[in-house]
Design a protein around this ligand. Structure first.
Ligand code: AMP
Length: 383
C-alpha cells in the first residue's frame, strides 16, 4: 500500500490530471506531473510540475525518482516512455494495457480474439484497400484512424457510395479501420476499478450523448433496463479481468435496439463520462483511481442521486467569459472550470453537473441554466 504523504506521478496534465491531482491532494498525497505544456491545467495544482516532451528520458527519470507509483491520464503517449517508467517505478494500469487501448487495431483485435462483442471491421492502409473493404459492408460505414484519435477526430462517416480515393485523401492517416455503422439506441459507458488483489468495483452505466463526435452530456444512471445495466457492468468487468487491469478502465458501448451491447472503445483511465461521480457517488472516479493504484480499499459506487453532466466547450466563450453567477445560484449544480487560458471552439473548458430528484428534472434545470449563456454566445438552445 502506498499511504497518503507519498507522491503519485501522473503522466499528462490535462483536465483529467488536474481533477486527479486535486482529489489526491485532498487525500493527503503529493503529486508530480509530466506534461509538455507549461500552462497545462494540472501544473498549478501539482507539487512538482515537470515540463518536457513525453519522450524526454531525463524528465521520465525525474518523474520516477519523485514518485512511489505512476499513473496516466492521456492515451497518446509513447509506449517506450511508459515502459521506461515501469522499469523504475510501479506503473498502473500496466503499459501493456495502454498499448492495447491506444491503438484501434490492437484494441479491436484484443476484443475479437477474446470473444467480446464489437462492430465488424476491416483494417485498411490505402485507397484501394478501403475500396475493397467498403464492398464487404452493405450499408454506411465509419472510417477511423488507427492511432491518435479522440473526440471523434480522425473519423469519417461514409455512405455506401462514397468515393474511396477521396475519403482516403481526406483522412490522411497511414492506417485506419473501416467499421460498420451501428444503428445504436443509446451510447453507454461503464467505469470499472480493479486493485492488485483482483478486487473490483464497477459504477452503474453512464448514458452519453455526443455532438460532432464530442461528448455533449452524460446522464446517470443510464436510463436502461436493469438487465442491460447488469450486462454492461459484467461485460466491463470481464474485459478488465482479461486485460489484466490495476486501476480504472472505461468501456464505451453501443446499446442496440434488441438490447445487445457492442464495445466501441476502451480507455484505461478516468473518463469524461465519469466526471459526475464527484457529486453523484460516495467515491468519485478520481478517488477510485487513486485508491486502486495506491492499494487502498476500493470505494462505494452506489448512486447518491440522479445527475446530469454537461460539457462546457470553448464555443461558449465566443464573446468573452460567460456569466457564471446564475449557475452558482442553482441548487444541486456544481461548476467545474479547468483553468485553460485559451478558449477554442470544441475545446473542453469545464463541465456542469446537476443533481436532482429525477434525471428529467436535472436535464430541465441544466438546459434552463445554460441556455442564456448559449444565447449570449450565439449558440442554439439546448432541448
Ligand atoms: P469514437 O471516437 O470511436 O468513440 O467515436 C466518437 C463517436 O462517433 C461515438 O461516440 C459515436 O457517437 C460515433 N460513432 C463511432 N463509431 C460509430 C459507428 N460504428 N456507428 C455509429 N456511430 C459511431
Amino acid at each position: 500500500m502506498i499511504p497518503p504523504g507519498q507522491t503519485i506521478g501522473i503522466v499528462g496534465g490535462g483536465q483529467l490530471g488536474r481533477m486527479l491531482a486535486l482529489t489526491a491532494r485532498r487525500m493527503g498525497y503529493r503529486i508530480a506531473i509530466l506534461d509538455p505544456d507549461p500552462a497545462c491545467p494540472a501544473s498549478p495544482v501539482a507539487d512538482l510540475a515537470l515540463t518536457a516532451p513525453f519522450d524526454d528520458t531525463a524528465a521520465l527519470h525525474r518523474l520516477a525518482q519523485a514518485s512511489q507509483v505512476i499513473t496516466y491520464e492521456f492515451e497518446n503517449l509513447p509506449i517506450e516512455s511508459l515502459r521506461l517508467l515501469a522499469s523504475l517505478c510501479p506503473v498502473h494500469p500496466d503499459p501493456s494495457v495502454l498499448h492495447i487501448c491506444q491503438h484501434r487495431e490492437r484494441e479491436r483485435d484484443f476484443l475479437q480474439r477474446s470473444g467480446f462483442p464489437a462492430p465488424r471491421y476491416a483494417v485498411v492502409s490505402s485507397a484501394s484497400e478501403l475500396s475493397a473493404a467498403q464492398k464487404s459492408f452493405a450499408g454506411k460505414t465509419r472510417l477511423k484512424s488507427s492511432a491518435f484519435g479522440y473526440d471523434g477526430k480522425g473519423q469519417l462517416s461514409l455512405e455506401p457510395s462514397a468515393d474511396a480515393a477521396k475519403a482516403w485523401d481526406k483522412i490522411r492517416v497511414p492506417r485506419a479501420i473501416l467499421e460498420e455503422h451501428v444503428p445504436f439506441l443509446r451510447e453507454l459507458s461503464v467505469i470499472t476499478a480493479w486493485d492488485a488483489t483482483g478486487g473490483s468495483v464497477t459504477y452503474p452505466p453512464f448514458e452519453n450523448r455526443h455532438q460532432d463526435g464530442i461528448l455533449e452530456r452524460t446522464l446517470f444512471p443510464a436510463q436502461v433496463p436493469e438487465t442491460t445495466a447488469h450486462h454492461a457492468a459484467q461485460l466491463a468487468g470481464q474485459i478488465a479481468k482479461k486485460i489484466g487491469l490495476i486501476g480504472l478502465l472505461t468501456v464505451e458501448m453501443f446499446e442496440l435496439p434488441d438490447g445487445a451491447l457492442w464495445v466501441n472503445e476502451l480507455a484505461p483511465r478516468v473518463h469524461n463520462s465519469g466526471h459526475l461521480t464527484a457529486e453523484a457517488c460516495p467515491t468519485s472516479q478520481f478517488e477510485q483511481q487513486i485508491r486502486a493504484v495506491c492499494g487502498l480499499p476500493l470505494g462505494d459506487v452506489s448512486p447518491l442521486s440522479p445527475a446530469v453532466m454537461f460539457n462546457l466547450l470553448g464555443d461558449l466563450w465566443k464573446h468573452g467569459e460567460p456569466d457564471w453567477a446564475p449557475l452558482f445560484a442553482l441548487p444541486g449544480a456544481s461548476l467545474h472550470l479547468y483553468g485553460k487560458a485559451e478558449a477554442r471552439p470544441g475545446r473542453k473548458m469545464g463541465h456542469l453537473t446537476i443533481r436532482s430528484g429525477t434525471i428529467e428534472k436535472a436535464i430541465r434545470l441544466g438546459n434552463e441554466a445554460l441556455n442564456p449563456l448559449r444565447q449570449a454566445a450565439g449558440l442554439p438552445n439546448l432541448a
